[in-house]
Design a protein around this ligand. Structure first.
Ligand code: ASP
Length: 331
């Protein structure tokens, strides 16, 4: 509004009556109109998981695509691998520890920061669902060993032998030398960690594994440890890990990656920083694999690993992609 017009309208006829504040307000009104803030693009459902677990991401996508929530999507997604006996690193058919016990670790986390976990669970095919029950039916977060198994039976889970003919045979073979060493990318470690965003934009994650094959009896890795193998913060994003769990625990890897995203890093940059932190603590050592996977609130994804060979699966409205993580640590 022009100054003269304003004076007329307001009935002020002398310039002396105009206070400094009125002048200031006139100035403001003369400013060009502010551009409208652009509306952020609508969040699209997406599911991602470590390694090449195509059927698991397809299942998660099926749940999301029907309007299901991210917690159901990640649970039902990873259950596919837990039940798949040809996958010898997760659920039924997972390889045993050195004493011949198949022990499973899993955790799950929802949009509100609720979480549940089971460690050293035996004789149950779906540790992820037991972890969800711990989250939903108890005031606790982690149940271990016999207590976790007892709780599972009370919740209606069935007792089942987790050995398969193949894993029993391999174990008998292994006992001949009883040699334990971590080998880069061989299938003695291939945890499934899954992250999903649903149509409401809510994030959830799940992580499940039989752990390192032929581990010392009683060993628990990173996969069921909230913050290490998995972490979700619905304001920021989620992260999950695979590989030698001891190294991931030492850096609280998944929590670190989510916090790096909170500080402004992209999922890719955050995963790279996570791997670098681990390598800094392991100077001169490159005989182990770690793979991190992350997603942010906008549905951008990233992954990074110590050695080439780590892959991740992504399923969104764009379709099904398998990403080989080409960018690996160069030292
Ligand atoms: N992170 C798992 C563990 O240490 C193993 C894996 O990812 O394969 O138990």
């Amino acid at each position: 509004m022009q100054r003269r017009k304003f004076l007329k309208k307001s009935g002020l006829t002398t310039a002396g009556l105009m206070s400094a504040s009125v002048l200031a307000s006139c100035k403001t009104e003369n400013k060009p109109e502010k551009a409208a803030t652009p509306t952020p693009p609508a969040i699209k459902p997406i599911a991602i998981c470590t390694w090449n677990f195509m059927n698991a991401t397809a299942k998660a996508w099926e749940v999301l695509n029907k309007g299901g929530n991210s917690l159901d999507a990640v649970e039902q997604g990873v259950m596919i691998e837990e039940a798949d006996v040809t996958n010898e690193t997760v659920g039924k058919g997972g390889r045993p520890d050195r004493d011949g016990n198949v022990t499973l670790d899993a955790c799950i986390m929802d949009k509100d920061g609720n979480c549940g976990s089971v460690v050293y669970l035996q004789n149950i095919v779906h540790p992820i669902s037991v972890a969800r029950k711990v989250m939903e039916e108890t005031p606790h977060i982690i149940l271990a060993g016999k207590g976790a198994e007892q709780f599972a039976y009370e919740q209606g889970f069935k007792k089942e032998d987790l050995f398969t003919e193949s894993t029993r045979k391999q174990y008998e073979e292994w006992k001949k030398t009883s040699k334990y060493e971590t080998t880069i990318n061989i299938e003695n470690h291939d945890t499934i960690g899954m992250l999903a965003i649903d149509e409401k934009g809510d994030i959830a994650g799940a992580c499940t594994t039989s752990g390192m094959a032929y581990k010392v009896a009683g060993r628990v890795g990173d996969s069921p440890i909230i913050g290490a193998g998995l972490y979700v913060d619905n304001e920021v994003g989620g992260a999950t890990a695979t590989g030698v769990g001891e190294e991931v625990i030492r850096t609280v890897g998944s929590f670190l990656i989510v916090e790096l995203m909170r500080q402004g890093k992209s999922p890719q940059e955050a995963c790279e920083e996570g791997v670098k932190r681990i390598m800094k603590k392991n100077e001169g050592r490159k005989d182990f694999q770690i793979g991190f996977l992350a997603i942010n609130k906008q549905g951008e994804t990233g992954g990074y690993c110590v050695h080439p060979g780590f892959t991740y699966r992504e399923y969104s409205e764009k379709g099904h992609e398998n990403r080989q993580v080409e960018s690996f640590y160069k030292g």
